[in-house]
Ligand binder design. Structure first.
Ligand SMILES: NC(=O)c1ccc[n+]([C@@H]2O[C@H](COP(=O)([O-])OP(=O)(O)OC[C@H]3O[C@@H](n4cnc5c(N)ncnc54)[C@H](OP(=O)(O)O)[C@@H]3O)[C@@H](O)[C@H]2O)c1
Length: 237
């Protein structure tokens, strides 16, 4: 993608955290963005703080766990902007509990959001991305290659997402669609009910992931970094 000016990105889970940080970076660099949330009020609040110009930013309510909702949401974005160039499949949740106490509800929400949710967003955007020879960026995690106690549901969703992302990268590059999965370590966000605070300075910041997305979009069309691990440079003491 040589010139990103006015290109259109659809960002799932753009109401806060990493998705919001990516939306801000793309807008600041001339792109137009749709940000989604499970609630219209959160999507609208984020959109209003990103830009006052409705021709640059659009708020959409959609729960990624529903394919029908994602199809409707992508249609809304494409009808509004007239095109789709980038899907950032970012929406995700974290439920952490050892397997003997992990509830079926938390298991299902984790898999339905973090794994099936990405499938749904990709399926809903594929025709438009074939037209634009666009880009899919999935936000996985270092928990997609490293397992740990209490993370059965989260590890399963992110290991699955890394495999899914790599397989669709092979399926889609023949259409000129690039797929990259970014696998962050600790990022200062609201993830798992965290409240970002002054002690988070050692963590990756959402705008750092935004910069990484910009770098990917600016990369020479012949080159594709398909899987990126990113971690805090200096771990917390
Ligand atoms: N923070 C980290 O350290 C870290 C590290 C590695 C990977 N990640 C991944 O980064 C992604 C973003 O997380 P974050 O850290 O930015 O967390 P966050 O601050 O809690 O933001 C999560 C975003 O996802 C949205 N979301 C959650 N479930 C959704 C659903 N079913 N449908 C649509 N949107 C949904 C939320 O929107 P609403 O609440 O407004 O609906 C919110 O915008 C996740 O996939 C997470 O696994 C995070």
């Amino acid at each position: 993608m040589n010139n990103i000016k006015d290109k259109v990105a659809y960002i799932t889970g753009g109401s806060k955290g990493i998705g919001y940080g990516i939306a801000k970076s793309l807008l600041d660099n001339g792109m137009r963005v749709a940000v989604t949330s499970r609630t219209m009020s959160a999507a609208k609040k984020a959109a209003a703080s990103l830009s006052k110009d409705p021709s640059r930013v659009l708020a959409i309510e959609s729960n990624v766990s529903s394919l029908a909702a994602e199809i409707k949401a992508l249609k809304t974005a494409i009808d509004h902007f007239g095109q789709l160039d980038v899907l950032v499949a970012n929406a995700g949740v974290g439920h952490f509990s050892a397997i003997d106490t992990l509830s079926e509800e938390d298991w299902k929400e984790t898999i339905d959001t973090n794994l099936t949710g990405v499938f749904n967003s990709v399926k809903a955007s594929i025709d438009a991305l074939k037209k634009s020879k666009g880009y899919i960026i999935t936000i996985a995690s270092l928990a997609g290659i490293n397992f740990f106690e209490t993370a059965a549901a989260y590890n399963a969703s992110k290991f699955g997402l890394v495999g899914f992302s790599q397989a669709i990268m092979l399926d889609l590059r023949k259409y000129g669609i690039k797929v990259t999965t970014i696998m962050p370590g600790s990022v200062a966000t609201h993830f798992n009910n965290h409240i970002p605070n002054d002690a988070d300075g050692w963590k990756i910041q959402p705008e750092d992931i935004g910069q990484m997305v910009l770098d990917l979009l600016h990369m020479n069309p012949r080159t594709l970094p398909s899987k990126i691990e990113v971690r805090p440079a200096i771990p917390v003491k």
